[in-house]
Ligand binder design. Structure first.
Ligand SMILES: [Zn+2]
Length: 287
């Protein structure tokens, strides 16, 4: 019988013992102004006095994100509403897995060491992290993790083109088809998307919770936004609106991975020139 709270050691196929009967998760929280939030482990813990991420065992029925933000609340008093999860990276041993959830602060967080397991909490500039005495597993993962700090996947979706590529009667009801597309995108945004499905190329073990911008035109212009999907109505020309959205996204946050979803060749060339990647409508993992 596996305990619901997940607390306990797993004897792993790799030959080591790991904490977390359902796996474990940690929160890599970035505050763009202060750095990343690290926790110095209490002297009596496994690898005591080393620096690592707030985190712990995943409970039965929890996603790694839910576990990571719960543990960050229990150990560092980080409120769940204070962070937006952007991506996750999984180390999978088959019999056990560790998920690092990358998140960015929505507003300043006042951290407090509220757990016996925390000796100290500190915001550390990314360039100084490797100078600390790190937990060996975190030290190993840090170089790859640090490449994706505070980086979002932004999907800019060409509604007219994507709807037109699907044989479900769009020509009868363009607005209705755009609403259907919007709702599928919202579900995708909530579930997350695997890195290899969209080709960000962070690595096969990565997934993203994308920020989604749906650009609509013509009869679909009245489509409203929903949580997770911003809707931009083009005044006249949808392609120029998409190029404008891409240029703004690139100017606002240069590190983000901006992908335009369209099959339109001319538009592909225009957004590539703005530094965006492109994705065919059929590559989008939506049902
Ligand atoms: Zn293992």
């Amino acid at each position: 019988m596996v305990r619901d709270d997940g607390n306990g050691f797993v004897r792993c196929a790799c030959g080591k013992r790991h904490w977390g009967l359902h796996g474990a998760a940690g929160l890599l929280l970035t505050d763009p102004a202060r750095g990343v939030l690290l926790q110095k482990r209490a002297w009596w813990t496994h690898y005591g006095r080393t620096w690592a991420l707030p985190g712990g065992a995943v409970q039965a029925g929890e996603t790694p994100w839910q576990a990571a933000i719960r543990e960050a609340g229990e150990e560092a008093a980080v409120p769940s509403a204070a962070a937006r999860a952007t991506s996750e990276s999984i180390v999978d041993h088959g019999t056990w897995r560790y998920t690092t959830v990358l998140a960015t602060t929505r507003h300043a967080v006042t951290e407090r060491a509220v757990s016996m397991e925390s000796a100290e909490l500190r915001w550390v500039p990314p360039a100084e992290v490797a100078e600390l005495r790190l937990h060996p597993d975190f030290a190993l993962a840090w170089p790859e993790l640090s490449g994706q700090l505070d980086r979002e996947l932004v999907l800019v979706v060409d509604a007219a083109n994507v709807v037109g590529s699907r044989p479900d009667g769009w020509w009868r009801d363009r607005a209705g088809a755009a609403v259907k597309l919007r709702d599928r995108l919202a579900a995708l945004g909530e579930a997350g998307v695997r890195d290899d499905a969209v080709g960000v190329l962070a690595g096969p073990q990565w997934s993203w919770w994308p920020r989604i911008v749906l650009v609509v035109e013509g009869q679909a212009r009245g489509v409203a936004a929903v949580p997770g999907v911003q809707v931009v109505a083009a005044e006249r020309d949808g392609d120029s609106e998409i190029v404008r959205v891409v240029a703004k996204a690139r100017a606002d946050r240069a590190g983000d991975h901006v992908l335009v979803v369209t099959a339109d060749r001319e538009l592909r060339a225009r957004v590539s020139a703005e530094g965006a990647g492109v994705l065919g409508p059929r590559a989008l993992p939506i049902r």
